[in-house]
Design a protein around this ligand. Structure first.
Ligand code: NAD
Ligand code: DAU
Length: 350
């Protein structure tokens, strides 16, 4: 199979490509990515010479670039991850989120419809989305596949739009689509603008750990490899036209997860007392429109497709911490240049 993975140089995309080439070495992967600040080819240096891996520097906002990749590589299936993915950036500048997440997804769907027109049912188009499309939960309850959409940030609204477009291309044109909506991921190669890698980076550099509001907002954390195995499961066995929620039944308030990771970092770095990472915790202004709580009901994918996470949180977070400690060069590389400007704008210091 010739499989195009969009956004393959990003956090989840690069983990997915490494996962896929190991599990399905006979498949051909076309990594279609425009290498924004969040895309980094060094994530894939271990496979760059793999005979079944090919990188295309292409932009979803340019339809001709998608079309020529489909033609040149005779793409047979798509897993679509490319997106602008950071909520805070969508608040500071929503425009690019509409372009990439909405218009870019539309361009990709058009290319798939055109290039696969002889037999649309034969070619799977899997769309990777987020639990944020469902909005925010109170103290109880979970997001299921039938929870009404209620996106609150420009990011989640743009992802919700892309989900609707994917759905419409099946309903109207018969494209063979599946969609997954996943909770917060963590793991190697995550850009240090997101909470956990930012926290690890700042502890290493002895900088304040910014906690939005009072730190009581809740997220449901899943190790990225478990997200990859869920995408694999739905791509191969999911029912056409269906959506599946993915999560780890692993809810943490931000302040609790920050304390927990600080303790593991203290252990790894031999810090204690006044040097403890916990002393770097610093409460800052809340994120505008900050969603209170996300929690996923993943019973559909569990019951229908027999998928379950295979990493405990303790395993996943320990692996993640040691990956970041061993890859400080990677962190330095991705956080040079543009990152410095972003950090100053977002947190008001260097
Ligand atoms: P990321 O920001 O790390 O990576 C995004 C990738 O897309 C980058 O490589 C970037 O260069 C590429 N890209 C951006 N704009 C592009 C364009 N116009 N054309 C081509 N490529 C472009 O994102 P991530 O965290 O890996 O998320 C991947 C997908 O998974 C996204 O669709 C996101 O909404 C979804 N998701 C993420 C999480 C999470 O916790 N990170 C959870 C659920 C769903
Ligand atoms: O739920 C899935 C979503 O998870 C994905 O769709 C998004 O792409 C991904 O970015 C993530 O969104 P969040 O906004 O939940 O992730 P983030 O890491 O930005 O923030 C996690 C929580 O931590 C959130 O409640 C905000 C808080 N936070 C974040 C940052 C960056 C802080 O308190 N301080 C910070 O500096």
């Amino acid at each position: 199979m010739i499989l195009m993975i969009t956004g393959g140089a990003g956090f989840i995309g690069s983990n997915l490509i490494l996962y896929w080439l190991k599990k399905y070495p006979e498949d051909h992967i076309i990594n279609f990515d425009s290498l924004t600040y969040a895309g980094n080819l060094s994530n894939l240096s271990s496979v760059e010479k793999h005979p079944h891996y090919h990188f295309v520097n292409g932009n979803l906002c340019v339809p001709e670039e998608i079309s020529s990749a489909f033609e040149e590589h005779r793409v047979e299936a798509v897993i679509h991850l490319a997106a602008e993915s950071h909520v805070d950036r969508s608040i500071a500048g929503p425009g690019q989120f509409i372009q990439t997440n909405v218009v870019g997804t539309f361009n990709l769907l058009e290319a798939a419809k055109e290039h696969w027109r002889e037999n649309l049912a034969k070619h799977r188009f899997h769309h990777v989305s987020t639990d944020e499309v469902y909005g925010s939960l109170g103290e109880t309850g979970f997001f299921s596949e039938t929870t009404p959409y209620s996106p609150n940030s420009p990011y989640s609204a743009s992802k919700a739009s892309s989900d609707h477009l994917v759905r419409a291309y099946r309903h109207t044109f018969g494209l063979n689509v599946t969609t997954t909506n996943c909770s917060n991921n963590y793991g190697p190669f995550q850009f240090p603008e997101k909470l956990l890698p930012l926290l690890i980076k700042n502890c290493l550099e002895q900088k304040p750990i910014p906690v939005y509001g009072d730190g009581s907002n809740i997220r449901d954390w899943l190790y990225v490899t478990d997200h990859c195995s869920a995408i694999d499961t739905v791509f191969h066995h999911g029912k056409e036209g269906e959506t599946y929620n993915i999560g780890g039944l692993n809810e943490w308030s931000n302040i609790d997860i920050i304390h927990f990771v600080c303790r593991l970092l203290d252990e790894a770095l031999g810090r204690s007392g006044k040097d403890s990472c916990e002393n770097l915790i610093s409460f800052v202004k809340d994120r505008p429109g900050h969603d209170r709580r996300y929690a996923i009901d993943a019973s559909k994918i569990q019951k229908e497709l027999n998928w379950r996470p295979s990493f405990t949180f303790e395993q996943g977070i320990r692996e993640t911490i040691s990956w970041y400690l061993d890859h400080q060069d990677w962190v330095r590389l991705v956080s040079s240049g543009e990152y410095q400007k972003y950090y100053k704008q977002q947190y008001g210091s260097k």
